[in-house]
Design a protein around this ligand. Structure first.
Ligand code: RIB
Length: 304
C-alpha cells in the first residue's frame, strides 16, 4: 500500500455551542462545551487513517497536557507519529470554535505549529521522502512548504495542498503541486486572481479542485468542468468536513483511483462527517463509508 505523509497542524479544539453567535461587545449563553482533537493536519491524517490509509504525521506540539492527549489519540488512530516534534518554547496549538445551527466560526492560535519550519523539515526529510503522497495545509509556515515541495516534485511524489486558511501562493509552488483544494471562498486569494471559477479551473485542469459545500466539488478534467455533487445530509456540525474530504481524497489517490472517483469518495466521506459534532467525531471508517456509498447507489438505482 502507498504511504501518505501529512505535514501540518495539530490543535486542541475548544467548542462552544450556542443558539446565536454573539455580536461584538455582546455576551450570549451557550448550550454545550466540549474539547476535541483538531488542527487541519491532524484532522486530515485521522480521516485518511480511518479510511484505511497508511499515514504518518509530521508537525509540532508543545510539552503540555494537550500534547499528551493529542499524541495518545493519534496513536490510537494507527498514525505513525515517530517524527512529531515536541517543543518546550510554545503551547500546543489551540482553536476556539463557536458552532451555531451547523455553522461555525474559528480562531486558531498556532503556538507550536509555527515550529514546523525549514530546520524541522531538514531533520525529517529522509523519512518524508519514503512516502508516496504528501498532504499539506496552511496552518504551518508556508516557507517550509515552499522549501519541501520542489524536493518532492523532483522525486515524482504526489502532493495535495489544501490552502486553508487562504494565503496567496506563488506560481512556482502551484506548478509543483499535484492537487490544490481551495474552497469557493478561498480560490481567488490563493491564486491571486479575480475571475469566475470556470476561468480559474480551465487554467489548472486536473489540479485545481474547488470544494463548494452543499453544491459539491468542481474540477476541470482537460475537456470540461465537472461537478461532483455533494451527498444530501442533515448537517449537525460542518467543522472538519473539508479536512475529511482531503484525507479521503488522499486515500483514494494512494489506491491509484482516477481523480474523478477520488473526488466522489471524498464527497461521500465529507457528507458522513457532518452528522456528528466535532471535527473528527463524525469522520467515517472505511466500512461505514463503503456501506454509505452502497446505500446511496442502491437508492439512486431505485429512482431510475
Ligand atoms: O478545519 C477545521 C480545523 O480548523 C479545526 O479542527 C481547527 O483546529 C482549525 O485548525
Amino acid at each position: 500500500m502507498k504511504k501518505i505523509a501529512v505535514v501540518g497542524s495539530l490543535n486542541m479544539d475548544y467548542f462552544a455551542e450556542t443558539n446565536q453567535f454573539p455580536a461584538a461587545g455582546e455576551t450570549v449563553l451557550g448550550k454545550d462545551f466540549f474539547m476535541s482533537l483538531g488542527g487541519k493536519g491532524a484532522n486530515q491524517a485521522i480521516a485518511a487513517s480511518r479510511l484505511g490509509g497508511r499515514v504518518s504525521m509530521y508537525g509540532s506540539v508543545g510539552n503540555d497536557p494537550n500534547s499528551t492527549l493529542i499524541r495518545n489519540k493519534m496513536k490510537e488512530e494507527q498514525i505513525d507519529i515517530s517524527h512529531l516534534q515536541i517543543v518546550s518554547e510554545s503551547h500546543t496549538g489551540v482553536a476556539l470554535i463557536e458552532i451555531c445551527q451547523s455553522e461555525n466560526r474559528i480562531v486558531v492560535i498556532p503556538g507550536a505549529n509555527l515550529h514546523t519550519g525549514i530546520s524541522y523539515i531538514n531533520r525529517v526529510l529522509d523519512s518524508l521522502l519514503e512516502h508516496d503522497l504528501v498532504v499539506f495545509q496552511l496552518e504551518t509556515p508556508l516557507e517550509a512548504i515552499e522549501y519541501l515541495v520542489p524536493k518532492l516534485y523532483e522525486k515524482n511524489k504526489q502532493v495535495i495542498l489544501n490552502p486553508a486558511p487562504a494565503q496567496r501562493l506563488s506560481p512556482e509552488l502551484i506548478q509543483k503541486i499535484t492537487y490544490l483544494t481551495p474552497n469557493e471562498h478561498e480560490y481567488r486569494q490563493v491564486l491571486g486572481v479575480d475571475e469566475p471559477m470556470e476561468h480559474a479551473l480551465l487554467k489548472y485542469p486536473n489540479k485545481l479542485v474547488i470544494t463548494c459545500g452543499q453544491k459539491g466539488v468542481i474540477f476541470h478534467d482537460g475537456g470540461a468542468a465537472l461537478t461532483i455533487p455533494a451527498f444530501k445530509v442533515e448537517a449537525v456540525d460542518t467543522t472538519g468536513a473539508g479536512d475529511t474530504f482531503c484525507g479521503a481524497l488522499a486515500v483514494a489517490l494512494s489506491e491509484g483511483r482516477p481523480l474523478k472517483d477520488s473526488i466522489s469518495f471524498g464527497c461521500a466521506a465529507a457528507g458522513l462527517s457532518v452528522l456528528k459534532k466535532g471535527a473528527q467525531t463524525g469522520m467515517p471508517t472505511r466500512r461505514e463509508l463503503d456501506q454509505f456509498i452502497k446505500g446511496e447507489l442502491s437508492h439512486e438505482a431505485g429512482n431510475i
